[in-house]
Design a protein around this ligand. Structure first.
Ligand SMILES: Nc1ncnc2c1ncn2[C@@H]1O[C@H](COP(=O)(O)OP(=O)(O)OP(=O)(O)O)[C@@H](O)[C@H]1O
Ligand SMILES: [Mg+2]
Length: 321
């Protein structure tokens, strides 16, 4: 069976007055049905632009310049704008950090979910409301029947985000791309939503790309992890491998700066320096100015070091940890 989502060589540029920057640089990964892929990296690394590029939602001054985006057997980049629009929501859905990007504040939850169903599938409103109610139940919303009559502002932030996820699920899409959907929420609510998402992937066989800056979030949720830095995937592998045996010094730095693993009150190590501006990247490895392992060779393009299916774009990957 082919992957639910297969991306090859995806490249997205922004042509601004300050010059052209490559926000997504030759990104490739694939996600099978029922699997969760965590896409991790610091702010500005290109995670959201990757998500938007997959869905064909990049606007001027941005442009996807290269690559292939296969959702099951369809190449999204070869579709007409109308055809692509019909794939969105039906085959591939996006969940945003702010659920109000999905929800309409002036419509009842049931009405807007029923509308979303009927855009792609002709059916009675009663039947569409049943579908909406079932989707709310799937994401663990209690008394879903009653919630159908509520307006978004009558729900808590955690409930609103669950409704947004339920809306993404209405057509049982092959792929859901979730962009930091729990970041704004309380940690215990985050944990509940993550558990529901794991169950969802298992039960509905949806392939999920979970975008986050927080490696701790995906370490418990994801099957596979891609670590992004300055528009590139710098490390990729199963979550177990990437968390347990990080190979790229950047991933090591991210893991070391996860709170909760150090003695209380001790100083939390941080990666020195800050994410470089894409317009001012150093030659060779973009991480080299911040990297404790960097040497002169890092001014040249890093090779893809392979450890079985686990890979790192690095001249000096960690051999053991
Ligand atoms: N509209 C735009 N115009 C110009 N450059 C842009 C635009 N949007 C994004 N970029 C460039 O793409 C880079 C990646 O942005 P992106 O939003 O994907 O980061 P991110 O990893 O999602 O960060 P965050 O964790 O803050 O959400 C930015 O640092 C910026 O250089
Ligand atoms: Mg983002």
């Amino acid at each position: 069976m082919s992957a639910a989502l297969d991306i090859q060589g995806l490249t997205t540029r922004f042509d601004t007055r300050g010059g052209s920057v490559t926000a997504v640089d030759n990104v490739s990964f694939s996600v099978d049905r029922g699997r969760i892929m965590g896409l991790v990296g610091e702010s500005g690394s290109g995670k959201s632009v990757t998500g938007f590029s997959i869905l064909g939602l990049i606007d001027e001054p941005g442009r996807v310049t290269d690559g292939r985006v296969m959702v099951e057997d369809t190449d999204l980049r070869s579709l007409s704008p109308d055809h692509l629009r019909s794939m969105r929501g039906r085959k591939v859905s996006m969940v945003f950090q702010d659920p109000m990007m999905t929800l309409n504040p002036v419509l009842r939850i049931g009405d807007q979910m029923a509308m979303a169903v009927r855009v792609h599938e002709p059916m009675s409103k009663t039947r569409a409301l049943e579908r909406a109610r079932d989707a709310l139940g799937t994401v663990g919303i209690p008394s879903p029947e009653e919630r159908l009559a509520a307006y978004p502002h009558q729900l808590s932030g955690g409930m609103r985000q669950r409704v947004a996820i339920a809306t993404a699920l209405l057509h049982r899409p092959a792929v859901i791309i979730a962009d930091e959907p729990t970041t704004a929420l309380d940690v215990s609510i985050q944990g509940q939503i993550l558990a529901e998402v794991r169950r969802l992937a298992d039960e509905t066989h949806t392939a999920i790309v979970w975008i986050t800056h927080d490696l701790a979030v995906v370490s418990s949720l994801a099957d596979d992890i891609c670590v992004m830095y300055a528009g590139k995937i710098v490390e990729r592998g199963t979550a177990e491998e990437v968390i347990g045996r990080p190979r790229h010094p950047y991933t090591r730095g991210l893991l070391d700066s996860v709170p909760g693993q150090h003695a209380p009150g001790s100083h939390l190590p941080q990666i020195p320096g800050s994410t470089p501006q894409l317009s001012h990247l150093p030659s060779g490895c973009p991480f080299r100015n911040r990297c404790p392992r960097a040497t002169d060779v890092c001014a040249t393009t890093p090779p893809l070091a392979r450890f079985g299916d686990h890979t790192a774009l690095c001249h000096h990957p960690m051999e053991t940890t």
